[in-house]
Structures are given as structure tokens and as C-alpha cells.
Design a protein around this ligand. Structure first.
Ligand SMILES: [Ca+2]
Ligand SMILES: [Ca+2]
Length: 214
């Protein structure tokens, strides 16, 4: 628990998990580059409510929501969780946005996004879900938080260690980290055998998140 005082606060932000099938304050992400994502004026203390309460220093732009039809004919998942922006060539105004779903089976959608300086709004395309090959990975479930790596990839974390080896590869299917290349929208094949991989070497447990130190 973090106790805030009524003043300017600076915090580290793990993820924005909004509880009503929702979406993303991408203005936060943009403000990350302009000033600081974690610096804000306190909101007034109140009872917990089922709505998004923003400090006066931040704005909100609706981008998408659970159930939205994507360009591949699938839909954006439920229980949206980790959201990662991968810049295009270092740009703070053009890149890929990944949105994970903490559900079973889990999903991760990749969108092209671009900031419009004239309107001060983000344009978002219709996106598509990453294809997780069940023959390679077995099941995928409950992507909790994750990270954007220094290599401009996305790591998603399974917070689920239910036993089972559906693809009979000798590995329990669930409880791993998975790395995705947002430029291709594909799970990375780390050993070049033509099959998608989970990151076995990071170990199997209920992964909440992953942090990479350069
Ligand atoms: Ca397996
Ligand atoms: Ca492989």
C-alpha cells in the first residue's frame, strides 16, 4: 500500500489495470516522454469507485476496449492488463502498442499507433492478436504484467501454474515468460528450430512481472 499526501507525488508505475473492461490512457505514455509519467498532483481522497479518477495534470483518451473486433477477425481480450509501447526508431509519436489480457486462454494484441500533434490525440489502427501456436507452446494463460525490453520486444508473464502438458513436449505448459516481437506480431523462436518458445531459462512460477537491468 502507498500512502499519498496531497501534493506532488512521484511514483514508479507497474501497470494500469482498469477494472471495467477498458482501456488505456495513452496520454500517460506520451507524457512519459514530455515530462514524467509518475509525477502528478494528488486526487482528492474518496471512497473507492468504479470509475477512472485522474489527477488534474493528466488527460484521458479512449483508444479501444475489450471485445473490440480486430483486423484478423479476432477480438481484444478481457481483463486487460500489461500495456507496452515500443517506439518506431526511437520515436515518441509512432510505434506499436501491445495490450495483454489476463484470461485463459490469454491474448496479446498489437496495434499501430501514431500521435497527431495537431489534434493532440493518438490514432490507432484495428490491430491483431498474436498467434500463440498451441503445438509449440501448449496453453497460454493469464498474462499479468510484463515489460518492454531494451531490444524493443515485449515480454508477457503467465501468472498461472496450473499443471498440464497439452503439447506433450516435456514442459509444463503454464507459468512462464513469453517474448514477442511487436514488429512481426510473432512469438520469438529463440533456438531457431522453427517453433515458438517460452523463456524456459527464466523458470516456472506465477510470474507477476519481469524487469530487465541493462
Ligand atoms: Ca508443454
Ligand atoms: Ca524454438
Amino acid at each position: 500500500m502507498i500512502n499519498f499526501i496531497e501534493s506532488i507525488n512521484t511514483i514508479a508505475v507497474k501497470s494500469f489495470r482498469l477494472i471495467f473492461s477498458l482501456v488505456i490512457n495513452f496520454a500517460f505514455i506520451h507524457s512519459f516522454y514530455g515530462q514524467s509519467i509518475g509525477t502528478f498532483s494528488s486526487v482528492q481522497p474518496s471512497a473507492q469507485v468504479q470509475k477512472l479518477v485522474l489527477p488534474s495534470t493528466h488527460t484521458f483518451q479512449f483508444l479501444t476496449k475489450s471485445g473490440t473486433l480486430l483486423s484478423d477477425g479476432t477480438t481484444l481480450g478481457i481483463n486487460l492488463d500489461f500495456t507496452g509501447f515500443v517506439p518506431n526508431a526511437g520515436s515518441s509519436e509512432l510505434g506499436k502498442l501491445s495490450i495483454s489480457s489476463e484470461a485463459t486462454p490469454a491474448k496479446c494484441a498489437i496495434f499501430d499507433v501514431q500521435y497527431n500533434p495537431a489534434t493532440k490525440l493518438w490514432d490507432i489502427n484495428s490491430g491483431k492478436n498474436v498467434s500463440f501456436k498451441s503445438s509449440d507452446l501448449g496453453q497460454v494463460a493469464t498474462f499479468c504484467s510484463g515489460t518492454v525490453t531494451p531490444n524493443n520486444t515485449i515480454m508477457v508473464c503467465e501468472e498461472n501454474i496450473t499443471s498440464g502438458d497439452n503439447n506433450v513436449d516435456g514442459y509444463q505448459d503454464l507459468g512462464w515468460v513469453i517474448e514477442i516481437d511487436p514488429s512481426t506480431g510473432m512469438v520469438i523462436d529463440h533456438n531457431s528450430d522453427g517453433k515458438q518458445d517460452k523463456l524456459w531459462a527464466l523458470g516456472r512460477h506465477a510470474h507477476e512481472n519481469v524487469v530487465i537491468k541493462k
